[in-house]
Design a protein around this ligand. Structure first.
Ligand code: HPA
Length: 269
């Protein structure tokens, strides 16, 4: 099915009023999709969308309003480690662009390399390190592939999210997110290397989506929920079960910040 048909299919179900923001939900954050007043479309009905999500994800696209702002919430992502495709989220992001979105807000679960950003806290991405060596634009034939990444994480959106966090009394320190391919977790030596390179958090997603979103002309913001200290930084064992168990702590804070961000946006626009 062509991209146009997908747009028509989605608009037939959810209406054709433009969407302002896209939101990708990370591990353990799926319940946020339920906060949106709108239409839920199973990924399985959407050609090009990832099918089986990682456990802890809720694979629906929900289009509707949150705090009065029209949003498209992607309840799951396909990670590179699932099928070896760094561009797996391209059809979803192309749809987001076609729906009229101005920006993507990506969320994820991540391990922290900063003792001052412990599990349960949020981290706003200020920049990233692509530790995977992969790129979702490899194979793209047009010169549009040479995407500048200077302000990939939009300074205006970052400021607005920081202001929303202050208003909600939620700590939102900014840091550098490092994309590690997964699905195995990092070794202690890899974490030491990432620390030396300037990484503040580590996770298995988001970076390819940010590159694709910038390629598509979308502004980007991204927030990590810290579920654990990175390997070798604490005695606590790291596991996917632990990630899923810890994510709701950050998810509650994330929801407060996002709702306030959207409400404030309504008042200023
Ligand atoms: N490493 C990679 N991905 C993660 C981690 C981690 O420590 N925690 C949650 N996702």
């Amino acid at each position: 099915m062509s991209e146009n048909n997908l747009l028509q299919q989605v608009q037939a179900l959810a209406g054709s009023e433009p969407v302002r923001f896209g939101l990708i939900l990370g591990s353990g954050l799926g319940h946020l999709a339920g906060s949106v007043d709108g239409v839920a479309i199973p990924y399985g009905d959407l050609p090009g969308f990832p099918h089986a999500g990682v456990s802890g994800h809720n694979p629906n696209l929900v289009i509707g309003t949150l705090e009065g702002v029209r949003v498209a919430v992607f309840g799951a992502r396909e990670h590179y480690y699932e099928n070896g495709n760094p561009a797996a989220m391209r059809p979803a992001l192309e749809l987001l662009q076609a729906l009229g979105a101005e920006a993507l807000i990506a969320t994820n679960a991540a391990g922290s390399l900063r003792p001052d950003i412990p599990p349960g806290q949020l981290m706003l991405l200020g920049d990233h390190l692509n530790f995977s060596g992969l790129n979702p634009l490899i194979g793209e034939r047009t010169d549009r592939r040479f995407v500048p990444m200077g302000d990939a994480y939009d300074p205006v959106l970052r400021q607005a999210l920081q202001a929303a966090a202050v208003a909600e009394g939620v700590a939102l320190p900014e840091g550098v997110y490092t994309w590690y391919s997964g699905p195995s977790f990092e070794t202690p030596a890899e974490i030491r290397a990432i620390k030396i390179l300037g990484g503040d958090a580590v996770g298995m997603s988001t970076v390819p989506e940010v590159i694709l979103a910038r390629f598509l002309g979308l502004r980007v913001a991204a927030i990590s929920t810290i579920t654990n200290m990175a390997q070798g930084m604490s005695d606590e064992a790291i596991s996917h079960e632990h990630t899923k168990a810890m994510a709701p702590l950050g998810a509650a804070k994330l929801e407060l910040v996002l709702r306030r961000f959207l409400r404030d946006l309504q008042q200023t626009s």
